[in-house]
Design a protein around this ligand. Sequence first.
Ligand SMILES: [Zn+2]
Length: 161
Amino acid sequence: MDRLISPWRYAYVTGPRAEGCAFCDAQRKPDGVENLIVLREPHAFLVLNMYPYNSGHCMVVPARHVVEPSELSAEESACVWGLVARTADVLRKPLGAEGVNVGVNLGRVSGGSIEHLHVHLVPRWQGDTNFMPITAGTKVLVELLRDTYARFTAAFGKPGA
Ligand SMILES: [Zn+2]
């Protein structure tokens, strides 16, 4: 008797369920260098990227778990894009970036690693000689994130971080 065998499908069906969402998990933690959330608004929050392309690389994320921009309500969309605009201003002025790359990756093939919709903001400097050099090594990265987090919270006028 023939049996239809689809091991990939079997793995899909019986494999571990999606292990949560990094952005939904981060929102459940207190804000600080552990979850890297700089500030929260009613429908969106600003979080530093744990593996930055450049120091100051951050993301604006809708509070609700959505995948496509079209899933956002008008109110949520206004909150997300309003925070993108505000963050871009902060990157430009207090943090002194000469330019900012703003981008959204939709779908895994586009380079998206976390399904939960997020807008990347990557500050740019001429020749990218920025306020802190990106250096290899986890220990340095943790210090970099700690320092960047403090700069962001100060720039947004958020005390006690
Ligand atoms: Zn999520």
